[in-house]
Design a protein around this ligand. Sequence first.
Ligand code: NAD
Length: 360
Amino acid sequence: MQYLPVHVLEEFMQEVFIRIGVPKDDAEICSKILIASDLKGIESHGIGRLKMYYDRIKLGIQNPETQIDVIRDRYATALWDGNDGMGHVIAHKAMQNAIDKARQYGIGAVAVRNSSHYGICGYYAEMATKEDMIGMTFTNARPSICPTNGVSPLLGTNPICFGAPTNLPYPFIYDAATSISQRGKIEQFAREERDTPSGWAIDLEGNPHTDTPRLLKDLVDQTAALLPLGGADETLGGHKGYGLGTMVEILCAALQGGSFLNGLLGRDESGKPAPYHLGHLFLAINIDFFIEIEEFKNTTTQICESLQSSQKMPDKERIYVAGEKEYENELEVKKHGVRILPNLAKNIAIMQEELGLKMI
Ligand SMILES: NC(=O)c1ccc[n+]([C@@H]2O[C@H](COP(=O)([O-])OP(=O)(O)OC[C@H]3O[C@@H](n4cnc5c(N)ncnc54)[C@H](O)[C@@H]3O)[C@@H](O)[C@H]2O)c1
């Protein structure tokens, strides 16, 4: 097992993006957001995803140069078309635009169509919390989740992210898929050569599917599905995860006039790779338009601290609030570096060799 310093990996990712045609400023944005994921301990969405973007650009289904068209722009709202450019760049600019609008109008909402995978949602929500605003973002994703009582993978893992500033050393950032697990975690299990836990995925007969490499292939072939948050049926609230995932699909496609469900498969009718045409929504709420920021932060802090200090289950040491683990991970990763599993090292070696790079 190898641990690499954060700055080495960030510079490596930036150089890879530049060499495959991403302009320098955009490459900086992409690598900054990817390394933020590794810092937060979200290994599925950092350096581990670099080869996916690299392959998609090489395949010609994602444009390294991002051309954004503003379709509508009215006061607090806008609709953009990302023209299959770099998702991180589009998302970064869209959240910045939502923040600028919220500064002026109290609220800002930017919807995006024809984008690509933008990585972790938390980064964009945190852009708003740093400006003393509430930040929210949603994205749809290629289909992999079945509806409650169904087996067909139709919805994406469709994450929901909500961030609010606090007086703690970290903001409250709830950032998670509306499925039990996101696909990146299954890919991480593949790198770790581990089975997928029972209850996370089913085959077309509704049986548990735990064979990780086969599951990844079956998800692409649409012969397996991941389960919505809450699980396979209504017993533990599977219908609630299904409802939330559908809400995200609507927020990321219907407002945009964008693609949805099987329209996000990333292949055309003949089965050839095609752009994913993902949609996103970014919201910023300017707290100052409602209440003094310090009063807001005092309340969010009290809510978080009351939850953290409440009575624990006998076998549990701590109660967390969302955003706390990522903050603590960041402190650790800054000290020890980013963990590079052997399968990830292989991908890094492939990219270095193909690009004639010797950075790692
Ligand atoms: N771009 C995409 O298409 C896409 C799709 C799905 C997920 N994602 C990203 O993947 C990342 C991980 O998603 P996930 O679904 O695996 O998330 P997860 O299941 O790891 O949950 C993460 C959230 O839960 C909070 N959390 C964790 N343990 C907690 C505890 N004990 N108490 C309170 N809060 C706790 C974290 O602070 C965080 O907000 C996210 O950053 C998400 O944005 C991206």
